[in-house]
Design a protein around this ligand. Structure first.
Ligand SMILES: Cc1ncc(C[n+]2csc(CCOP(=O)(O)OP(=O)(O)O)c2C)c(N)n1
Ligand SMILES: [Mg+2]
Length: 230
């Protein structure tokens, strides 16, 4: 089933967006076997756990349990401090990136050579996608577009943009070259958010299956009303 989900992201090379399927394949191919991947909360955690093969324990770090947004960038820097000989990359989405991120100045001071991939959808997507299906509107979960390049320049990192699947492999290789010189890189990824993650699809199904029938009917009527009337 999970394989089928992955395959569904690999049907066609996308010239307009970066497909999570091709992105994580390219990332796995480019990184060493012992590379460390750190994610922030939200879709980066879901996509990485769904689509990125992790070869050994300790190579995938994410803020489980307390799920604190803003964890990704500082955790990537900390992981690199402790593993200077390894490739260490972080993946964050826009909402989390505006909660932290300026710590990259410290990575510059110490010439650490980390890569931060920034996915962004101008939304607190992990929240808005559930609001959309349940209450039919996005309540306080829209955020402004971020000037990723501006932030990157402020922290003296290299800026790379990945617009589509064709750009992906070359951009990751270029970024890894920079890290060899101790330069940090922020990669602005035009990720395709047109489809729900495997987790989001499963969450609705699993939660629905847990409720008693009467509760399911009540919830469906409520959601239906919101979609039709409001
Ligand atoms: C400090 C903090 N505030 C709120 C939340 C609740 N929360 C979980 S995911 C999420 C949205 C994350 O948005 P973004 O970083 O843009 O990632 P996306 O879901 O869009 O991929 C929020 C608000 C949290 N986990 N941590
Ligand atoms: Mg977002």
């Amino acid at each position: 089933m999970q394989l089928a989900y992955k395959q569904s992201w690999l049907k066609k090379v996308n010239e307009h967006f970066v497909s999570p399927g091709f992105f994580f394949n390219a990332l796995r191919n480019a990184l060493n076997d012992d590379a460390i991947v750190v994610t922030d909360v939200g879709n980066p955690t879901y996509y990485t756990s769904e689509l990125f093969p992790v070869h050994k324990p300790g190579q995938f770090i994410c803020p489980t349990d307390f799920n604190c947004m803003g964890y990704g960038v500082p955790a990537t820097i900390a992981a690199k401090f402790m593993n200077k000989s390894k490739q260490v990359i972080g993946i964050v989405d826009g909402g989390a990136f505006i909660m932290s991120g300026l710590e990259l100045v410290t990575a510059f001071t110490y010439k650490l050579g980390v890569i931060i991939f920034v996915f962004h959808n101008s939304e607190l997507g992990a929240i808005s996608q559930f609001q959309e299906s349940t209450i039919n509107h996005k309540d306080e979960s829209i955020i402004s577009e971020i000037d990723v390049k501006g932030v990157t320049e402020a922290v003296h990192a290299q800026h790379i943009q990945i617009l589509n699947d064709i750009d992906t492999s070359g951009a990751i290789k270029e970024a890894l070259m920079h890290t060899k010189q101790g330069e940090n890189v922020v990669i602005d990824v035009n990720i395709d958010y047109s489809r729900k993650t495997y987790l989001a699809q499963g969450k609705v199904k699993t939660n629905m299956s847990r409720f008693p029938v009467i509760e399911k009917i009540r919830m469906l009527i409520k959601a239906g009303k919101r979609h039709i009337v409001e």
